[in-house]
Unconditional design. Structure first.
Length: 377
């Protein structure tokens, strides 16, 4: 499997069309991008600047600096209840960590279970030489353990779980996660736990799968600073896993990117230790935006919405049976509102639209007005 076998993301059809409209002077109300409208908190920026002024622009360890790895361990032990040590942690961008984690468990012809609907996990599985096997989420996008069990075969090496989930906005309960964890331990396969949206949970409580172990072993936990600290462009994240997996991921980094910028690592260590109040402020504001967009969408009879528990995406089901790519494209072309078609998140996403409420309140209000007009035609 090579890059020629990987298709371009259908999301870029929407992004490119929106960019053309904006270049032509048209106002586009974007509810498509997976990014909140906040800027990185100033103290984090200053921490990076101070690092650069003090020599933080040279090569550093491919594992991540001692400082950032210690900050990672302190954070996951306190917040996620994961009993980690420094040799369980490595600094890496979260999107790349998906691919690196898959390589760490890869073997010829391996299979990896990916959620449907779910984030773009299939492409990294293919690039790692494996085969993605979709497991459908259950009612209200819950975890269906029987479905996962039915898809596990002799070549299965891992099951990917994403909570809070993109695109469905579901926060899985402890009992759901515990069943998956025990199943994977019994079958001796890894759980890759993507927790990029861990801090953006509204009424429920986020549970880390890694907290169910006495020490990291069966769970590979992926974390990000992108959403928690409005650092999407910084490409900052980390993996917590058993030492052998961390060694394998480091081997991948040594032979690819070498290391990540030390000034970004310094800023990340600072953020993990000192900036939780900013994260809480982001969460509170996003909860208000969630309530605002749900109020707007609730007035559209042809949309079936569900309460968003985490992340910042609505994933309503629409009536009519038209392909979601056609619906999203027409919505942008005729009403200048950008959303993503549900089908890009897997076959179970067809008939849905992913609508981000990371945009400003003004954008949300105007976009929902236009959505009402669109679904009345």
């Amino acid at each position: 499997m090579g890059l020629d076998d990987i298709k371009d993301s259908p999301a870029f059809e929407i992004f490119n069309l929106a960019a053309k409209k904006q270049a032509a002077g048209e106002k586009v109300y974007s509810l498509a991008i997976g990014e909140p409208s906040f800027d990185t908190p100033r103290p984090i920026v200053e921490a990076a600047y101070e690092s650069m002024k003090n020599g933080g622009g040279h090569y550093t360890s491919s594992w991540g600096s001692k400082d950032v790895r210690e900050a990672i361990v302190q954070k996951v032990r306190k917040k996620n209840k994961i009993k980690a040590q420094v040799d369980n942690a490595i600094f890496i961008t979260t999107k790349l960590s998906i691919y690196a984690s898959l390589l760490s468990v890869a073997s010829p012809g391996h299979q990896v279970l990916v959620p449907d609907p779910g984030y773009y996990y299939s492409e990294p599985v293919l690039l790692s030489g494996g085969k993605p096997v979709r497991y459908k989420l259950g009612p209200e996008f819950s975890l269906d353990v029987d479905e996962i069990k039915s898809k596990i075969g002799p070549k299965t090496r891992a099951v990917i779980v994403n909570t809070p989930s993109n695109p469905a906005g579901r926060v899985f309960d402890y009992e759901e996660l515990r069943e998956v964890f025990e199943l994977c331990v019994k079958r001796k396969i890894k759980v890759i736990s993507d927790e990029a949206y861990e801090d953006l949970v509204y009424e429920k409580r986020h549970v880390s799968l890694g907290s169910m172990e006495d020490s990291p072993n069966s769970v590979i936990s992926l974390f990000s600073l992108s959403k928690s600290f409005a650092m999407t462009g910084w490409r900052a994240g980390y993996v917590v896993a058993d030492p052998d997996t961390i060694v394998r991921i480091n081997r991948f980094l040594e032979t690819s990117v070498t290391c990540f910028p030390p000034f970004i690592q310094a800023a990340s260590a600072y953020a993990l230790r000192n900036c939780q109040s900013y994260t809480e402020g982001f969460r509170v504001e996003l909860k208000k935006r969630r309530d605002l967009i749900e109020e707007g969408l609730s007035g559209i009879p042809s949309l079936k919405t569900r309460r968003v528990e985490g992340a910042f995406y609505e994933f309503p089901e629409y009536r009519g049976g038209a392909p979601s790519r056609a619906v999203a494209k027409r919505l942008l072309e005729e009403y200048n509102v950008a959303v993503l078609p549900g089908a890009i998140f897997g076959p179970a996403g067809e008939g849905h639209l992913r609508i981000s409420f990371g945009s400003s309140r003004e954008t949300i209000v105007e976009a929902t007005k236009r959505l009402k007009q669109f679904f009345r035609t």
